[in-house]
Ligand binder design. Structure first.
Ligand code: AHR
Length: 512
């Protein structure tokens, strides 16, 4: 296949143009009791590779390789009907329940204490959500007491009796989930939720003032209440919370791949609008505190496809195959572009969760009793988590544009860079959104002093719909990009159409 002649784009790396430190929590993910995320995902006692706790060690290894920082649990829509007490204590005494959110049966053989054991083995920070759908303040503070109080009370001693002598020490807590959504069990108006979130936060802080609390923002920027929801909720809860959440899912619609590749334009605007709303409330309250965003659900999700249709009528299966999207190259490029957006907004987005982690719209897939493998979207996440370090730099690219139906003219180049002053390690993350035109990217490194290229890699394919499978797990993965050339001002690298690229540099004077 021949491509049109390359277009040219430029960016400059300047260590003085810092946006904010890279927040490790940008690389969070999400485990919900949904489909096969927990059962036959992270937990499968009968699997040949399961450890003594029934946890899949092949999945733990992949989670570590993915570089996940924080994991949100146990939902999602599931949490709004969940009784956390069902998932603790001897397994044989735990109840089987209906999960109304996903029309499934919840066996409760995996719960809070198993999750905390899993986070220890996977090397991730737990982030807990409380049920503000069917429950309220009392159940939230009970859960907090069970998790974080050292001992000497009924609930903390129960945790000790259940095999966890040390407190779980969970710092980040979500005050409910998507309470603006009419599909949510216990859906509320902004005023109802704002009051409940504020009072729940106030009570939780009586136990532990140092918690980091997340108020539910909108479940999408397309919600009819978007904007007003955030304003009303924060009128009630601003002083008592640290974060407001954003959720966003993207998919290719009506064969419009060009528009899909520009999805980050929507995410960027969403972030800016929520920051503006939070800062408006801040101004009215004359508050010193600035609220941060927890972008705690984001991904590509083909939610109209049969894979996302919940069971019906008399069918209440345990761990059905739900939301098992199989991602292709273009999906991975969009995921990379969304990561670039999160990093570019690191001054206000200091936590994020890729939704979700295993099997359910996930970077990791498993077969029950069998193999685990990396989806295409695994790679941009793993590379960004591994190589984004130090400070996020403002790179101000110049780029040709292309027309989209949804967003008008959009730059074909989407990029960000990070720079670690201690190691001099500097990484450019770049996406070429063009469907057919290679991009020649000139990277001006003069403000950095003399630099050398450590590695350049590209994730692309002649077929933007190429996927990985259990039988061909490496079909789509990053490959070395040999196109880098040195010039007077820095380097030039060729970015293939529909590609995710990582270019790693370091000071030329660095030894060892
Ligand atoms: O991640 C899947 C679902 O998407 C979550 O349960 C819900 O919060 C959102 O609507």
């Amino acid at each position: 296949m021949t491509h049109p002649a390359p277009a040219t784009a430029r960016l400059t790396l300047d260590p003085a143009l810092r946006i904010a430190p890279v927040s490790r929590r940008t690389f969070g993910a999400f485990v919900e009791h949904l489909g096969r995320c927990v059962y036959t995902g992270i937990f499968e006692p009968d699997h040949p590779g399961a450890d003594a706790d029934g946890l899949r060690t092949d999945v733990i290894e992949l989670v570590r390789e993915l570089g996940v920082s924080t994991v949100r649990y146990p939902g999602g829509n599931f949490v709004s009907g969940y009784r956390w007490e069902d998932g603790i204590g001897p397994v044989q005494h735990r109840p089987t329940r209906l999960d109304l959110a996903w029309h499934s049966t919840e066996p409760n053989t995996f719960g809070l204490d198993e999750f905390i054991r899993w986070t220890g083995k996977a090397g991730v920070e737990p982030m807990m959500a409380v049920n503000l759908g069917t429950r309220g303040i009392q159940e939230a503070v009970d859960l907090l007491e069970y998790c974080n109080f050292p001992s000497g009370t009924r609930l903390s001693d129960l945790r000790v009796a259940n095999g966890a002598p040390q407190p779980h020490g969970i710092r980040m807590w979500c005050l409910g989930n998507e309470m603006d959504g009419p599909w949510q069990i216990g859906h509320k108006t902004a005023g109802e939720y704002g009051r409940l979130a504020a009072e729940t936060a106030r009570a939780m802080r009586m136990i532990d003032p140092g918690l980091e609390l997340v108020a539910c923002g909108s479940s999408g920027s397309g919600m009819p209440t978007f904007g007003q929801w955030e304003a009303t909720v924060l009128e009630h809860a601003y002083d008592l919370v640290d974060f407001v959440s954003c959720h966003a899912y993207y998919q290719e619609k009506d064969g419009d791949l060009a528009g899909f590749l520009a999805s980050a334009v929507n995410m960027e605007r969403f972030i800016n609008d929520v920051v503006a709303t939070a800062d408006h409330v801040r101004a009215k309250r004359r508050a010193d505190k600035r609220l941060m965003i927890s972008f705690d659900e984001w991904n590509v999700w083909y939610m109209d496809q049969p894979a996302s249709q919940t069971p019906r009528e008399a069918d209440w299966p345990v761990a059905p195959r739900l939301l098992e999207d199989h991602y292709h190259v273009a999906d991975a490029v969009v995921v990379g572009s969304l990561l670039i957006t999160l990093l570019r907004h690191s001054d206000r987005v200091t936590a994020a969760s890729l939704a979700q982690l295993v099997n359910v719209i996930a970077p990791i897939m498993t077969e029950p009793g069998g193999r685990a493998w990396r989806q295409t979207t695994f790679h941009p996440f793993a590379q960004a988590s591994r190589h984004a370090a130090g400070e996020v730099l403002r790179v101000e690219p110049t780029s040709p544009t292309y027309p989209t139906t949804e967003y008008g003219e959009v730059p074909v180049l989407h990029a960000v860079a990070t720079h670690d002053p201690e190691t001099t390690g500097t990484t450019v993350f770049a996406v070429n959104r063009s469907l057919d035109t290679p991009l020649s990217l000139a990277i001006d490194t003069r403000p950095m002093g003399s630099m050398r290229v450590v590695e350049a890699s590209v994730l692309t394919s002649r077929d933007p719909y190429a996927r990985n499978t259990a039988d061909a797990p490496e079909r789509v993965s990053p490959r070395s990009n040999p196109s880098v050339s040195t010039d007077r001002d820095g380097f030039t690298v060729a970015l293939a159409p529909v590609s995710w690229n990582v270019i790693r540099l370091e000071s030329a004077s660095r030894t060892g």
